[in-house]
Design a protein around this ligand. Structure first.
Ligand code: S3P
Length: 438
């Protein structure tokens, strides 16, 4: 028998952040771009549909997507309001693109997206010369905007946010303006990597006080490109969590994106005692990737400091669920940004953990989780009850991991929410448990 025959191999859907960016840059390029293994989920469908409404030729998303780019100045006004669904990345990056496009656009989203702040993006874009009208409430969608030729901007962002940074860089591209963005801590850098790879002059470095900054100089046109999208580490995190908690053998998740600005979850799991390793590390299309190899493990509590948050911002809910099963008390600090995600994730996590019998406390900028929910024997979570998802795919999946570990004693009230970023999540969870050599 092959020594690794009891190893289960899985693949997770394509990276959501990279897919959004590849679709947008493909739409703005001159000529035909090819994107392989994009995420085909509700959020990336929202981006594709918005670009179609703006006159770009993009087919239905599938294993491969060929985009006929409209060019940097080739977008056309949409006859309809553009509905970005649940996707913050779609609306915020599009605001940047449209800030440099000389026509009116009205943007909206679902109830979750309409409750999220937009001024973090509209304020810097207004400084460049775009205009925004909030149609119902301050700082919220729906918004009617008008773009055109823009002024240069140097912007000190109060948040470490890749959406804010990317919106400004994209506005620099379509509005032909030099831009510099400074952030408190480096947020995910997929936009910078993709732009550099297709020949846009970018300078990435630090300002005098050591804060990360990026400067873009405008170009006359963007080259079309080919891109292989790696698996989404933020989706792989749920499979890793399930295996750490209740796995029945070794699991290998292949071709996962391992961009250094995203891998805080791996570091934290290793620190908590998780048997999680990276193998076959390599680079493709300017992005690091590799396999994640994981086995069931006893976890110990940890402290997550503010400096680590940008590198694991979307993984906090699943880390919290694991912390409820770890030995000791876990403290998560400096995570105020979680309050403005698809739901208020600090409140949603703490309320749901409490509702199913775990001990957790809310802090203004984080949470404290008292471990010990693992029963002394077996797959053994002692938790049970119903979890409220609040239109948030990552709350559904974080607690979905528990649902599987408890044989359904924990139930999520909206299992379909996973389709935003991980269609097939429930099957993937079941597959993780199926033995590879059977
Ligand atoms: C994303 C950036 C992050 C992240 C979101 C995707 C992106 O948001 O939480 O899921 O693709 O740029 P912020 O930029 O608001 O931190």
């Amino acid at each position: 028998m092959h020594p690794e025959s009891d190893e289960r191999r899985l693949r997770v859907p394509g990276d959501k952040s990279i897919t959004h960016r590849a679709l947008i840059l493909g739409a703005l390029a001159t000529g035909q771009s090819l994107i392989r293994r994009p995420l085909v989920g509700a959020d990336t469908r929202s981006t594709a549909a918005a670009l179609r409404a703006l006159g770009v030729d993009i087919p239905e998303l599938g294993q491969e997507v060929r985009i006929s780019g409209a060019g940097l100045h080739g977008l056309r006004p949409s006859p309809d309001v553009i509905d970005c669904g649940n996707s913050g990345t779609t609306v915020r990056l599009l605001m940047g693109v449209l800030a440099g496009s000389a026509f009116d656009t009205t943007l909206t989203g679902d109830a979750s997206l309409r409750s999220r702040p937009m001024r973090r993006v509209t304020v810097p874009l207004e400084l460049m010369g775009a205009t925004f009208h909030e149609l119902e409430r301050e700082d919220r969608l729906p918004v009617r905007m008008h773009g055109g030729a823009l002024r240069p901007l140097r912007y000190d962002s109060p948040q470490s946010s890749a959406q804010v940074k990317s919106a400004i860089l994209l506005a620099g591209l379509t509005g032909s303006a030099d831009v510099t963005v400074v952030e408190p801590l480096l947020s995910r850098d997929h936009t910078e990597r993709m732009l550099s790879r297709i020949g846009v002059p970018l300078r990435v470095g630090h300002d005098r006080s050591g804060r990360p900054d990026v400067t873009l100089s405008p170009v006359a046109h963007l080259e079309a490109f080919e891109m292989d999208v790696p698996g989404d580490l933020s989706s792989a995190a749920f499979i890793v969590a399930h295996t750490l908690l209740a796995g029945r053998g070794r699991v290998r998740i292949v071709d996962v994106g391992l961009n250094p600005t995203r891998i805080g979850f791996v570091t934290v799991m290793q620190r908590m005692g998780g048997r999680l390793n990276i193998e076959n590390a390599r680079e493709s299309c300017g992005e690091p990737l590799g396999d994640l190899v994981v086995e069931r493990s006893e976890l110990t509590a940890t402290r997550i400091a503010a400096e680590e948050i940008p590198s694991l911002v979307d993984e906090v809910p699943v880390i919290a669920v694991l912390a409820a099963h770890a030995d000791g008390t876990t403290v998560i600090e400096g995570a105020g940004e979680l309050r403005v995600k698809e739901s208020d994730r600090i409140r949603a996590v703490v309320d749901n953990l409490t509702a199913i019998g775990a001990l957790a406390e809310e802090r203004p900028e984080g949470m404290v989780i008292h471990g010990g929910a693992r029963a002394a024997d077996a797959t053994g979570s002692t938790l049970s009850g119903v979890v409220r998802v609040h239109d948030d795919h990552r709350i559904a999946m974080a607690f979905g991991v528990l649902s599987a570990a408890t044989g359904g004693a924990v139930r999520v009230d909206d299992p379909d929410a996973v389709g935003v970023s991980f269609p097939g999540f429930w099957d993937a969870l079941a597959d993780t448990d199926a033995r590879g050599d059977q």
